[in-house]
Write a protein of this length. Structure first.
Length: 316
């Protein structure tokens, strides 16, 4: 028997002009089985996950499912409308505000409503983008049974899996208040899928995002389908890597000497920062052996700007 699809919205409040702030929601309901929450666009300018959801929706049409799938395709409505990461004119990052506050600022009310819905599910998938890069899953620092279960579903996606930043950097970025971290604290296996793109849909990674979600749903038996190998993008098939972020010290224009997916040696130059007259102001080098997984989509650089995300071996 085909699944039943319902569509609606979750009211958050009103803007100054009286227009309603709300979150669109879709729910696929089948027979007995696991419940899954999938959210996209908590950062309003990260759009590729929404396009991956279109493909998933096309696939699910008329299919039998075991359990429920709840989708919030745009979790930051005003950020989406103005194509910015946070909420316009506030600079607030919604993905550092979980579990939210139902009586707080609108940003806190948004995250509270998202969490109110998501926490009722057995699994959580959070879709993001990270610029010019290869699709990957980020796994929060975990231990014990929740780590085993989270690693299991991360591996099932068929795309690159990286552990998160080292503890000091993780804390500095306030990632303990991110969607995935709060889910893990409550014992809910959660994965963050990062696709390509910045302020526009990256068509090259849409299919990988769709297959990652479909493989995961098949793995937990929500859908009856075989695992599909992801071939549309580079995949690091070894585990034991974590992400590391590289910043620049000088300002100027960036010249990249590598592409996402390249394996690089410690000390090799991955980018040059060039000054007004084309002179090389800085050579940005690999701090250790690893892979380049993402690069900044913007060409202008200030001191301290993000240059690249790399995958490096985890230390014992």
């Amino acid at each position: 028997m085909p699944n039943r699809l319902t569509k609606g919205s979750l009211r958050i409040g009103e803007r100054a002009d009286g227009s309603v702030i709300s979150l669109p929601m879709m729910k696929y309901k089948g027979g007995p089985g696991p419940t899954v929450f999938i959210g996209a666009g908590i950062h309003g300018d990260e759009l590729t996950g929404m396009a991956s959801l279109w493909k998933l929706q096309d696939y699910l049409e008329g299919k039998q499912i075991h359990g429920e799938i709840t989708i919030l395709p745009r979790m930051n409505p005003d950020g989406f409308n103005f194509n910015v990461r946070g909420i316009p004119e506030t600079g607030v990052d919604l993905n550092r505000l979980f579990p939210g506050n139902r009586e707080g600022f609108v940003s806190e009310r948004l995250t509270a409503k998202i969490w109110e819905v998501a926490k009722k599910h057995d699994y959580i998938v959070d879709l993001h983008t990270m610029g010019w890069g290869i699709p990957l899953v980020l796994v929060d620092p975990l231990k014990g049974e929740i780590k085993r279960r989270t690693d299991d579903i991360a591996d099932s996606t068929g795309i690159t899996v990286l552990d998160e930043l080292p503890p000091e950097e993780y804390a500095l970025e306030n990632l303990g208040s991110s969607f995935g971290a709060v889910a893990a604290q409550k014992g809910i296996p959660s994965i963050t899928i990062e696709l390509g793109g910045a302020k526009a849909i990256d068509l090259d990674t849409v299919d990988a995002g769709y297959l990652a979600m479909r493989n995961f749903l098949a793995h937990i038996r929500v859908i009856d389908a075989p695992a599909t190998k992801v071939t549309s993008c580079m995949v690091i098939r070894e585990r034991g890597y974590r992400r590391k972020i590289i910043y620049c010290a000088k300002g100027g224009l960036v010249e990249y000497l590598v592409k996402p997916g390249n394996r690089c040696k410690k000390g090799s130059t991955i980018a040059r920062i060039r000054g007004h007259f084309g002179e090389v102001a800085e050579e940005v080098k690999m701090p250790e052996d690893g892979f380049v997984v993402a690069l900044n989509s913007w060409s202008t650089m200030h001191t301290g700007n993000y240059v690249a995300t790399i995958a490096v071996r985890m230390k014992d």
